[in-house]
Each structure stands twice: as structure tokens, then as C-alpha cells.
Design a binder for this molecule. Structure first.
Ligand code: ZN
Length: 413
């Protein structure tokens, strides 16, 4: 699939030293230094296109956009892969419920998602891969798992055995019983008769009546979700043989830690004997007015709705940065109106002939970002600079600061 439009990232104007970057690894729960490298391999799980981009999605992709900007500012190349689960149960259920063709639903939602990403100036992936186009890769991965005796059948469906040797459970650190509960809540089938381990996951689903299917050596059917990401990551990120892990970062929302990323990790370990990612990075969930934001509650705030209401996408981007990426947080009108107000003041300050000195604030922003993307601290630094500028302080160059905001934070005014 074609990625969305390229985002222009200007190089930093000033010769500023960017410190080593630390990110919290969900597997250890610790802030860890990202090793210095010339090329990073990053996989971020994409959407299932049956509802448009809500603020939770936007916050997740913004997180990895900021990481990529920072790594690039240090001179590194990035191979960034994102998938689109353009065939899966939720998509078919929604299409069925609304009486629309599943392909049309997927296309229309992918279009909406990509236009939201463009509006928010989120850096597109290097490779943007749909589940349907990845079917040959999934088939190949399942065949390899079969050779390793890690696949079994229940009727015509294929399941992957999550063995203890694959390190299953080490990412989420959940107990077996908690895993079974969450697995069930998130589309898994722990109580299905015939399973070797209740937490084994579906990798190939035989075609059901009235549903689409694709030819494979295992019969007509469609891929499971977890193996889709495992196969795409391994093909498009071309792991470095010399590195102990296959890729540098696997990312997504924190609701993907279990079961999705645990399953991908287990499959990759079984296939290669290696840890999937050096670091697992996850963005927190966003709620609305004190409640969890979810499709079932019908309280999703969509980026496209806000943009259609005339909200500046840069204010949405800024509002999402006002909380730390890892925190579960609430969204309400106050969060957005504060961001609108502060971005207006920032715009006003940037338009002044005389502005406060900029070297210090740029250093502060870089240091805060390098410290596990401390964007709330970034906002404090920006506001201090704006206050001093609007109070008449001078000695800086507005163009240099505007360029840095664009380069590091994707804020272009
Ligand atoms: Zn995924």
C-alpha cells in the first residue's frame, strides 16, 4: 500500500548536541538508553480500518513520529514499517452490521486515517503494508512454524503453540489467569475445545460462509492478526544478523502489550531463536471526560471531526503533547482550548521582530525529548520562551526557533 504524503522535516538550524535518547521499555519497565546506531528498524502496529482515527490512534502515531524526528536529528536512518489490518473479524463485523462491502469500508477508513495523519504532519512509514498483500509472507511464516512443530489444527483452522521456550509472558509479566481473561476480552478464544494451551493463537482461519478467503497450502482462508505483524516486520525490516534482536523498536498503544505484542514476540522467537525487539515502546490510552474512550461506548473523539470543526491540526498535535506519551489520560474541551490558546500565543510570539534568545530553549526542548519524550516539559519551556518574548525580551531569532519547532516537534505555523 502507498504510504501517505511525505512530511518535510527541516534540518535543525543550530549545531546543537542531541544527547543520547532514553525510552521506557515495557518489557523491563525501565527507562533505557537507545544505543547509538546508523540505522534503526522500527515497527509500529497500524489500524484496523473500521473506524476513523480517534485521539488515541493519533497520540500513538505522534509518539513514534517524535522518536523518529529525534533519531533522525542525531543523523540516523530509519526503516519504519507500519501495517494495516485490512482483513479481520472487527472489519467484517462492522461491514456486516452497516450493510456495506468490507473492502469499501476498509478503503474509506484508510483514506480518512491517512488524511488525518497528513493534517497532523505525522511522518509516514517507509513501508505501509496491508494484511491482504502480506498473505504470501504469512503463509511462508506459518510453513516455517509448521517445520518447527509449532502449528496444529482445530478443524480447518491453524493455531500456534505458545511454548515456554519462546519466552511467552515475559513482555506483559501477567499471570496465566490474567492473560486468559484479557485474551478473551480482546478477541481470543482461551476456552476453545481442542487447544493445547488456552493462550495459543489463531494464525490461519479457514473461510467461513459469506466471508472472503484466499488460497493457501492450508486451504482457503485468511491470516490471523498476530502472525500478520510478525511476518511483515521480519520481511520489511530485514533484521541485522549481527544484532541480538531482530528489530530495534516494536511499538503501539499499551492495549497491544497483551496479547498482540506478546504473541508476535513468541512467534518471532520460535521462528528465529531471537528476541523480536530491543525495546517495546507503548503509548497510554486516552479517555474522554472521565470515561474510557471506546467504540462500544460511542464516545470516540475523531481527529477528522475536530479538523472539520475548524480546529487547527497543530493545536491538536500540541494538545496531544501536553501529556506524557506513556500516561493514560483524559481528554476534555479544556485540554483542547488550552492548546488552541497557547499555540495562538506561540504564533504571535514567532511573528515578533524581536524575540527572546532561542539557544537555551532549543537545548531544553532537545534534552526533555531525549529523556523518554518528556513533552509536558517541552511545553513548559515553550511557554516560558513565549512569555519572555511577549514581555519584550529580545536577542533571539524567531526563524531559528520556528525551524526547530518544525524539525523536532512537527509544529509548523
Ligand atoms: Zn501489530
Amino acid at each position: 500500500m502507498k504510504p501517505w504524503a511525505r512530511v518535510d522535516v527541516p534540518p535543525l538550524d543550530v549545531s546543537i548536541d542531541i544527547p543520547a535518547i532514553s525510552l521506557t521499555n515495557s518489557k523491563t519497565g525501565l527507562k533505557e538508553i537507545v544505543p547509538n546506531k546508523s540505522l534503526y528498524r522500527i515497527y509500529v502496529c497500524g489500524i484496523t480500518p473500521y473506524d476513523a482515527t480517534h485521539l488515541g490512534h493519533a497520540a500513538t502515531y505522534l509518539t513514534f513520529d517524535l522518536i523518529i524526528r529525534l533519531l533522525q536529528a542525531r543523523g540516523a536512518q530509519i526503516n519504519y514499517v507500519q501495517n494495516i489490518t485490512d482483513i479481520d473479524d472487527p472489519l467484517l463485523e462492522r461491514a456486516n452490521r452497516d450493510g456495506v462491502d468490507w473492502k469499501e469500508l476498509a478503503h474509506s477508513q484508510i483514506d480518512l486515517f491517512t488524511s488525518d495523519m497528513v493534517n497532523l504532519r505525522v511522518i509516514p512509514p517507509t513501508h505501509y503494508i496491508g494484511a491482504v498483500e502480506a498473505i504470501p509472507l504469512v503463509v511462508e511464516a506459518i510453513e516455517k512454524l509448521e517445520e518447527k512443530k509449532s502449528i496444529y489444527r482445530i478443524d480447518q483452522d491453524l493455531y500456534f503453540i505458545n511454548s515456554p521456550e519462546s519466552g511467552f509472558g515475559e513482555l506483559s509479566q501477567l499471570t496465566q489467569s490474567d492473560m486468559a481473561v484479557i485474551f478473551s476480552e480482546r478477541g481470543g478464544d482461551p476456552t476453545l475445545v481442542g487447544k493445547i494451551n488456552p493462550l495459543d493463537c489463531l494464525v490461519w482461519m479457514a473461510q467461513r460462509e459469506g466471508e472472503p478467503g484466499w488460497l493457501s497450502p492450508f486451504g482457503i482462508g485468511r491470516p490471523g492478526w498476530h502472525i500478520e505483524c510478525t511476518a511483515i516486520a521480519m520481511q520489511y525490516l530485514r533484521p541485522d544478523e549481527m544484532q541480538p534482536e531482530l528489530i530495534d523498536i516494536q511499538g503501539g498503544g499499551s492495549d497491544l502489550i497483551f496479547p498482540h505484542h506478546e504473541m508476535c514476540r513468541s512467534q518471532a522467537k520460535t521462528l528465529t531463536g531471537k528476541e523480536l525487539a530491543a525495546s517495546y515502546v507503548h503509548a497510554g490510552m486516552i479517555g474522554l471526560d472521565g470515561e474510557k474512550m471506546s467504540k462500544s461506548k460511542g464516545n470516540l473523539v475523531l481527529v477528522s471531526t475536530l479538523v472539520n470543526q475548524g480546529i487547527d491540526p497543530m493545536a491538536i498535535r500540541y494538545a496531544l503533547m501536553s501529556s506524557h506519551y506513556r500516561s493514560d489520560r483524559m481528554w476534555d474541551d479544556g485540554v483542547l482550548s488550552l492548546a488552541v490558546e497557547e499555540t495562538q500565543r506561540l504564533r504571535e510570539a514567532l511573528s515578533k521582530d524581536q524575540v527572546h534568545v532561542t539557544a537555551g530553549v532549543i537545548t531544553e526542548i532537545v534534552s526533555a525529548l531525549a529523556d523518554d519524550l518528556n513533552t509536558p516539559q517541552v511545553i513548559v519551556s515553550i511557554n516560558n520562551w513565549v512569555n519572555l518574548t511577549l514581555a519584550g525580551s529580545s536577542g533571539g531569532d524567531a526563524k531559528v526557533f520556528a525551524n526547530s519547532l518544525d524539525s523536532l516537534l512537527g509544529l509548523r505555523f
